[in-house]
Design a protein around this ligand. Structure first.
Ligand SMILES: *[C@@H]1O[C@H](CO)[C@@H](O)[C@H](O)[C@H]1NC(C)=O
Ligand SMILES: *[C@@H]1O[C@H](CO)[C@@H](O)[C@H](O)[C@H]1NC(C)=O
Ligand SMILES: *[C@@H]1O[C@H](CO)[C@@H](O)[C@H](O)[C@H]1NC(C)=O
Ligand SMILES: *[C@@H]1O[C@H](CO)[C@@H](O)[C@H](O)[C@H]1NC(C)=O
Ligand SMILES: *[C@@H]1O[C@H](CO)[C@@H](O)[C@H](O)[C@H]1NC(C)=O
Ligand SMILES: *[C@@H]1O[C@H](CO)[C@@H](O)[C@H](O)[C@H]1NC(C)=O
Ligand SMILES: *[C@@H]1O[C@H](CO)[C@@H](O)[C@H](O)[C@H]1NC(C)=O
Ligand SMILES: *[C@@H]1O[C@H](CO)[C@@H](O)[C@H](O)[C@H]1NC(C)=O
Ligand SMILES: *[C@@H]1O[C@H](CO)[C@@H](O)[C@H](O)[C@H]1NC(C)=O
Ligand SMILES: *[C@@H]1O[C@H](CO)[C@@H](O)[C@H](O)[C@H]1NC(C)=O
Ligand SMILES: *[C@@H]1O[C@H](CO)[C@@H](O)[C@H](O)[C@H]1NC(C)=O
Length: 534
């Protein structure tokens, strides 16, 4: 109850004015716990009273002989008759409610005037209860979209009160949601939507004293983003930098995103090591900038999103596993002068995607598109067509693939052979002379040594002997390539060097002779066809 206020609350509710100007019946409201003075109007004018008696509900309550000085002060007793006959009630309680009548000596002949004391209290203890709702640190509550929310407002008033619920949202200035009397008033919202977000106020008003009290609560309606977070990458300011972005839109409020590194099972113990956090923020879109020194092949980057509407164990995430570039293609290509040749390189595993381009010569100059060089790109396949091959086109070509992890190159050696009929004629004559002049034994010797001629120990030799080889190899790159085993991926360092360039090396192919032997035999027929067309 409302404490022990010293103030006197006195309100005249109803008065019937008698002909003599005095009231014959009066209701007085007294606030519970406070003090009140009830006047005695029965005293004859200008007469000093000698004796006063107060009756409550027809029963004798207290009297006072004014010739006797009372040593006690009014605040000590519950009821005191003051010098002017008024009744002082200290700290009104409910049992004080009733009709009071005063009587005094000397008597006067007026109508007796009674006073009705009405006790009032409240509204007190106004409480807003919203269920189920979660409080934030500042006291604001939130509920989850789609849930059913009950609102209950309670307040204590005596003898009665009226209660009302009001709502103030973005679209509603002050809507009345419910009105009632009683000690509490409730209502429900089913399938609560963001439009229900706003301030809910409950007002309680004492029906006797009209005293009002209210309380208000801010309610937020939260909802989680519908899908999973999305992990994306953007190339940075140069190929050794990368921007990983994680976005998770559509939630309220914004989720908290965490970019981290997820460790795979480490060692034989299979122990799961906690991921290392790189960055976190309360945002829809979190971007981290990383450079080569922090990245390595096989690294798993993971973005987890947390939202207040999702329990911490059910965080949603996206991730990807980084892969170094690995350009693949045929490392040895032989071509006839005057024709066109197309070099092919496939880069399909790099993540983030690599920047792949062609370079040539030991100086690794970029190959730019021109009538001589036709560059094209189809999905993961990059091709370089060299038009009208000349001897100057012979040499190294590089398919250079770079992603934020590292640079890796496929090295291709292009061998150019002369094709002139002149050369063909010389070879023809030369072979004829050998066959006719030296006989089968010598021819057999040449034949048995042919593989060594074909597959000499170095490119230089091959280049020099191109003319001789043209008969058996012309235009058929497969001769070599089918026999060269694919290189296994080279073991990677952890990417702590600033520049990592790996080049596919061409393995020694001497020991492959036996397998390759078959191809020249098959190709000889085709070679003859081609020679015929010249
Ligand atoms: C009686 O005395 C009290 C205290 O002095 C005063 O507050 C009250 O107004 C007086 N009542 C009348 C009817 O004069
Ligand atoms: C009031 O007190 C005086 C003095 O004690 C006494 O003479 C008188 O009779 C008393 N009056 C009443 C009505 O009792
Ligand atoms: C009201 O106050 C009187 C006097 O102090 C006390 O005797 C009585 O028990 C109280 N009644 C209630 C309901 O508190
Ligand atoms: C009250 O009335 C009676 C008769 O009805 C009269 O004798 C008496 O004088 C009156 N008293 C006063 C104070 O007016
Ligand atoms: C309480 O905090 C929430 C979220 O931080 C905010 O949206 C709301 O406006 C705050 N309310 C008040 C009254 O400060
Ligand atoms: C509302 O609150 C009051 C007081 O706490 C309680 O007595 C009443 O049962 C509640 N009403 C509902 C519907 O929960
Ligand atoms: C809104 O209405 C409630 C009760 O209906 C009232 O208590 C409150 O003061 C009003 N607020 C405004 C800003 O009008
Ligand atoms: C709710 O009340 C708070 C503080 O009183 C205020 O900052 C906020 O703007 C109100 N919200 C609405 C929707 O009226
Ligand atoms: C790469 O990033 C790390 C950490 O942010 C930084 O210390 C380092 O200087 C960066 N290196 C380069 C080359 O930008
Ligand atoms: C070589 O390429 C050029 C340009 O694309 C083309 O005009 C020409 O016909 C091609 N020659 C052969 C033999 O394919
Ligand atoms: C190919 O190059 C040679 C030598 O540069 C030139 O003579 C010939 O005209 C070129 N052929 C074509 C089709 O461009």
């Amino acid at each position: 109850m409302n404490g022990f206020a010293v103030a006197v609350f006195l309100q005249v509710m109803h008065q019937t004015v008698a002909a003599n100007g005095r009231s014959d019946e009066t209701t007085v409201a007294g606030t519970l716990g406070e003090n009140i003075i009830l006047p005695c109007w029965n005293t004859a004018t200008n007469v000093t009273p000698s004796f006063t008696r107060w009756m409550t509900n027809g029963q004798f309550t207290i009297e006072r002989n004014h010739s006797i000085i009372i040593p006690i002060s009014p605040s000590e007793g519950h009821l005191t008759i003051l010098y002017n006959q008024s009744l002082y009630i200290n700290r009104i309680n409910l049992s004080d409610e009733g009709t009071y009548l005063c009587d005094s000596l000397p008597h006067n002949n007026k109508t007796q005037t009674s006073l009705t004391l009405q006790i009032v209290s409240g509204p007190d203890n106004s409480i807003i209860d919203i269920q189920p709702a979660t409080p934030l640190s500042n006291g604001t509550l939130f509920v989850v979209r789609g849930s059913t929310v009950s609102f209950n407002c309670s307040s204590l008033s005596y003898p009665s009160q009226s209660l009302s619920w009001g709502f103030q949202g973005v679209a509603s200035s002050n809507d009345s949601l419910a009105v009632g009397s009683g000690s509490w008033l409730d209502f429900r919202i089913e399938d609560v939507q963001p439009t229900a977000q706003g301030n809910y106020s409950c007002r309680a008003q004492n029906s006797i004293s009209q005293k009002a009290a209210g309380s208000s609560t801010e309610l937020l309606v939260y909802y989680s983003p519908e899908r999973h977070p999305e992990c994306l990458w953007n190339t940075g300011k140069d190929p050794s930098h990368v921007q990983f972005s994680c976005s998770w839109f559509g939630g309220y409020p914004s989720p908290t995103l965490f970019w981290g590194e997820k460790h795979q099972k480490s060692g034989s113990h299979g122990k799961q090591v906690a991921g290392q956090l790189m960055e976190s923020e309360e945002t829809d879109n979190l971007v981290v900038n990383l450079n080569r020194s922090l990245l390595f092949d096989g690294q798993i980057l993971k973005c987890s999103g947390h939202h207040p509407t999702i329990s911490p164990g059910e965080d949603k995430f996206c991730s990807f596993t980084l892969k170094s570039p690995y350009p693949e293609g045929e490392p040895l290509v032989t071509v006839v002068e005057g024709t066109n040749v197309t070099l092919t390189c496939t880069e399909s595993i790099s993540l983030p995607p690599a920047l792949t381009r062609w370079q040539r010569t030991a100086q690794q100059e970029d190959v730019v598109s021109s009538p001589k060089y036709v560059l094209s790109e189809q999905g993961p396949t990059f091709t370089l067509t060299i038009v009208n091959i000349t001897k100057q086109d012979e040499g190294f070509y590089f398919c250079r693939s770079e992603n934020p992890l590292m640079v890796r190159e496929l090295e291709i050696y292009l061998t150019v052979k002369a094709t002139s009929q002149y050369t063909g004629a010389i070879i023809g004559i030369f072979l004829a002379i050998l066959i006719v002049g030296s006989g089968i034994v010598i021819a057999k010797t040449i034949y048995s040594n042919r593989d060594r001629i074909c597959l000499g120990n170095g490119f230089e030799q091959m280049g020099e002997r191109g003319d001789v080889l043209s008969l058996v190899e012309a235009d058929e790159e497969e001769v070599f390539h089918e026999a060269i085993p694919r290189l296994p991926p080279l073991p990677l360092t952890n990417g702590h060097n600033t520049t990592l360039v790996e080049i596919h090396t061409i393995p020694s192919i001497d020991h492959e002779d036996a397998e390759i032997l078959e191809h020249p035999l098959q190709l000889e027929d085709r070679d003859i066809d081609e020679l015929v067309t010249f």
